[in-house]
Write a protein that binds this ligand. Structure first.
Ligand code: SAH
Length: 466
């Protein structure tokens, strides 16, 4: 993070603006909106700026800048457009430890003014660190559509009822859930529609709702790229009290979980289990019984090689409410980002997902059954057994020239695709540095990769590894 966003109280505080032109005016308007007293210093000042300064209870000083102008200020903004003056004001402000902002000179700024969406008391501020103002405007427009006009009124309404709610629901976790029901439900809708009397009546009913037992959300986090989360996954990630996550859940996805949620790593590596499955099942039940909203975040889809079924079996048996949110499985994510359609009229009419991990040192599969014409095979967990998988398929009659792709870190910034044939892949693996997780796709659809991956805007990298 390049900057720490903070919201500053400026009401009735003195702020100095050095510069008397249009840029100074633009920045000054923002300061005055936040209640600051504006003191403008410049040999010449445009009339609108002078008027703004006076209306704010501040002053206009028609002189060249001098250090004494900074005596009692809380912030300094500089917009003179003259390099020596910018530097002199900046040096003087820093000597007095007053934070300074110099328009269009990021190196001289102690703080920057972000783009703002003002629905006071709700204010969104965001910044691209000065790198891409057009992008900032685009984000602002998107945020505007997410923040209804009445959101400020809603914040004020809820704020006024905070002390009552705190007194009525002393338990913090239960109170959080009540707040969420208020914000997500009909109470908020009534306030947004301007009917606070009806909202109050509905709120009284919310107090009576039973919140003693928590809930478990079994959520598919997708293969890694956070853009592949579903809206529902994202919403539940915001409301969780505690999150149990696997090794396959990417950092970028975890970053989107509510900051205050407790994080428990229950990941597994090949052969070694941080927490055995029955203990995970137990933990889910126990946390929910404490009244928590438990987010069980799993890589890909929870019902594809995810043991999600076992986890909810226990929840169902013990009467714990739960919901399952599907995710994009590694096969779908890797195929799309690598430009390999899993089915295609000219190549494959069916696709088979296979767990390719070793059992007792060998890959134990019904090889003959796997060799169906016009079928794509996708092997999960097949990295160690990959040479064996290639050899067995050929031994059971597959064409040695059948194309095969090994997708590493699919959909993640480090995605690489290694393309070969069943005959050559084992040799290639000996000389290649492979980074997991990996997924293997076998079948003639792989031949489309060359043609389809290069122009695909969703593909993260074009580095094909060979
Ligand atoms: N439930 C998950 C699969 C869990 S099994 C899903 O639906 O995707 C774990 C295996 O998934 C890994 O061994 C690997 O084969 C595959 N995998 C998961 N994420 C992957 C990624 N980003 N790139 C390539 N393979 C991945």
């Amino acid at each position: 993070m390049d900057y720490l966003p903070v919201f500053m109280q400026l009401r009735d505080r003195a702020v100095v603006v050095v510069g008397g032109g249009k840029v100074a005016l633009r920045k000054s308007e923002l300061l005055v909106r936040a209640g600051a007293q504006l003191h403008v210093v410049a040999p010449a000042v445009i009339p609108e700026l002078a008027e703004l300064a006076r209306a704010s209870g501040g002053s206009v000083c028609l002189e060249p800048f001098h250090e004494t102008h900074l005596a009692t200020q809380s912030l300094v903004l500089v917009a003179t457009g003259i390099e020596e003056v910018d530097l002199a004001v900046c040096a003087a402000a820093r000597a007095l430890r007053i934070p300074v902002n110099v328009a269009d000179v990021p190196e001289l700024c102690d703080f920057i003014l972000p783009s703002i969406l003002d629905r006071s008391p709700v204010i969104a501020a965001f910044s691209t660190g000065g790198r891409a103002p057009v992008l900032a405007r685009r984000i602002r427009a998107q945020l505007e559509t997410l923040m209804p006009e009445g959101v400020g009124r809603l914040a004020a309404y809820l704020g006024a009822r905070r002390p009552r709610i705190r007194a009525a629901v002393p338990d913090a976790a239960m109170r959080l859930r009540l707040w969420e029901r208020l914000v997500d439900g009909p109470v908020a809708e009534r306030v947004l529609a301007g009917d606070e009397v009806a909202a109050d009546a509905l709120m009284a009913r919310e107090f009576e709702a039973d919140t003693s037992c928590g809930e478990v959300f079994l959520v598919g986090a997708g293969p890694g790229d956070p853009d592949l989360l579903t809206f529902r996954a994202f919403r539940l990630m915001q409301s969780a009290d505690v999150v149990l996550f696997d090794r396959l859940v990417s950092d970028a996805v975890l970053d989107l979980v509510r900051r205050d949620a407790e994080r428990i790593y229950v990941g597994k590596r090949r052969g070694e289990h941080t927490l055995p499955q029955p203990d995970i099942n137990r933990l889910l039940v126990d946390l929910a019984r404490e009244g928590k909203r438990v987010l069980r975040l799993k890589g890909g889809d929870p019902f594809i090689f995810g043991r999600g079924g076992e986890e909810i079996e226990q929840l169902a048996a013990e009467g714990i409410p739960f919901q399952v949110v599907p995710g994009i499985s590694a096969a779908n994510g890797c195929a799309a980002y690598a430009g390999i359609p899993l089915t295609h009229r000219d190549h494959a009419q069916s696709v088979r997902f296979i767990a390719g991990h070793l059992r007792d040192g060998t890959v134990d599969l019904d090889w003959a059954a796997l060799l169906q014409p016009r079928e794509t095979l996708v092997f999960y967990m097949g990295r160690v057994g990959l040479p064996q998988i290639c050899e067995r398929l050929v031994a059971h009659g597959a064409d040695p020239a059948t194309p095969i792709a090994l997708v590493q870190q699919g959909t993640l910034p480090g995605q690489r695709v290694l393309v070969s044939t069943l005959r050559d892949m084992p040799g290639l693996l000996l000389n290649t540095d492979i980074r997991g997780p990996t997924l293997t796709i076998v079948g003639s659809v792989v031949s489309l990769h060359d043609q389809l991956s290069w122009f695909q805007s969703s593909s993260r990298t074009r580095d094909d590894g060979i």
